[in-house]
Ligand binder design. Structure first.
Ligand code: HEM
Length: 404
């Protein structure tokens, strides 16, 4: 059997275990999904015409888009963990479960396959703290996909399904043309996989050096993200943390910016969540926020740095994100380039996202406040890219088609 036939046979074997959206609410021991890089589709023998019809950024791959993504310095693809960004990764398998045992069965199956070789694996999970490494609760803000069958939480923006799934009407009201053969791409999506190192010790040192007290450290941390570390949004808890609000999904997303806080006195204009989802905050500009939304899932890797340690222990730790949407360029890349690594859209010039921007010690961060605003100079980079890949997420029928 040649290599392509062996890989297709492997896909056929895995297919029955790939998670379907049907019966989503029923309990299951694990979920498993498969994604393909452009190189992977090529290796599986997709004809040239079809390969050429995919968007440029997907064909080029994440590493080649480093200028747009701001992946320079410690984040430059030449420093990425091999084989990320090398073009050698063809298929990605995402397995999740609430138990260790749950992930073992599908992984054993995948490892035993002929025709495919596992060249990279990363184990991620939720740390015992229930928070990501910098200490924040994450995974609260996500758009509501119209027609998904779920019910929207108060404050969740309702976004057209074509923004996330190919072959459906998007925010323009029409269905954009599909790339590749329809059987492959209808019901599919694109995904950016991003492995991000978190320099927790540097973040703690920064807070300590700039705060007047422990409480002030928490305030600065909240002003950098737009939520207290508990997850409570500044817009609803401006003065102090509110852990009950943080956990209440009927309230913790129910806020806007435009009328309530035009100058960022409550939630700074440059805070992480206000940048990556400005909600109604740009309504007096030509930017439509809904065309730059993502479905986002993150999980942590590496051990937690013990509380209060401010010296780096040299251990690799961070977050692995998947960002999904119908257009890598208009969604993931736009947010990364225009909103995270640029401040122009809210009049902040060269200021970048204080937590996840590609800061290099030369920039600053401003917290607007009355009577006196606060400004921090020499903002170090707290997050650097360890690697990433652009992938296509086919529907179940499309995987079946790829396997034949
Ligand atoms: C290590 C890097 C990162 C960390 C630690 C981080 C952390 C957080 C935290 C703590 C929140 C608040 C919880 C929530 O609203 O769900 C958040 C929200 C969010 N982040 Fe990040 N983030 C990171 C990178 C990114 C990147 C690279 C993007 C986009 C390209 C992004 C997009 C978002 C979005 C869209 C939200 C929701 C905002 C909202 O709807 O209000 N994040 N992030």
């Amino acid at each position: 059997m040649d290599e392509v036939a062996a890989a297709k046979a492997a896909l056929n074997k895995v297919l029955p275990y790939v998670t379907s959206a049907a019966d989503w609410e029923s309990p299951r021991p694990f979920t498993m999904n498969m994604v393909f890089t452009w190189q992977g589709l090529r290796a599986l023998g997709l004809p040239k015409n079809d390969l050429d019809s995919f968007p440029d950024e997907f064909r080029a791959g994440m590493a080649a888009r480093k200028e747009i993504l701001g992946d320079s310095g410690a984040s430059d693809p030449s420093k990425w963990v091999a084989p990320l960004g090398s073009g050698d990764i063809h298929i990605g398998v995402i397995v999740s479960s609430e138990t260790e045992k749950g992930v073992r069965a599908p992984l054993t199956l995948a490892e035993g396959l002929q025709g495919v070789t596992c060249i990279y694996r990363i184990d991620v999970g939720v740390p015992p703290t229930g928070r990501e490494h910098f200490g924040y609760r994450d995974g609260i803000g996500d758009p509501f996909v119209i027609g998904s069958g779920a019910s929207a939480h108060p404050g969740q923006d309702a976004v057209m399904p074509g923004e996330f799934i190919l072959g459906y009407p998007d925010e323009s009201g029409s269905i954009p043309p599909l790339p590749g053969p329809e059987v492959l791409t209808r019901n599919g999506s694109f995904l950016a996989f991003r492995q991000l190192y978190c320099d927790v010790a540097a973040f703690r040192r920064f807070l300590r050096a700039n705060a007047r007290s422990k409480d002030d450290e928490e305030l600065i941390a909240a002003k950098m993200v737009g939520r207290w570390r508990s997850g409570a949004p500044l817009m609803l808890a401006p003065e102090r943390d509110d852990p009950e609000l943080a956990l209440d999904s009927t309230r913790n997303n129910d806020f806007q910016y435009f009328a309530a806080d035009p100058k960022g006195l409550i939630c700074p204009l440059g805070a992480h969540i206000r940048r990556v989802n400005p909600r109604d905050g740009l309504q007096d500009t030509i930017v439509s926020t809904n065309i730059h939304r993502l479905i986002r899932r993150g999980a942590s890797y590496g051990p937690v740095l013990p509380e209060d340690v401010v010296d780096d222990d040299g251990v690799d730790r961070g977050v692995v994100f998947i960002f999904m949407g119908a257009s890598l360029r208009r969604q993931f890349e736009f947010i990364q380039q225009q909103w995270i690594n640029n401040g122009d859209f809210v009049g902040l010039g060269t200021e970048k996202d204080p937590l996840v921007g590609n800061n290099d010690g030369t920039g600053g961060y401003t917290i607007p406040a009355r009577p006196i605003r606060r400004h921090f100079n020499g903002l170090p980079g707290f997050v650097s890219v360890r690697g990433g890949e652009y992938c296509f997420v086919p529907g179940l029928n499309a995987i079946k088609w790829l396997a034949t």
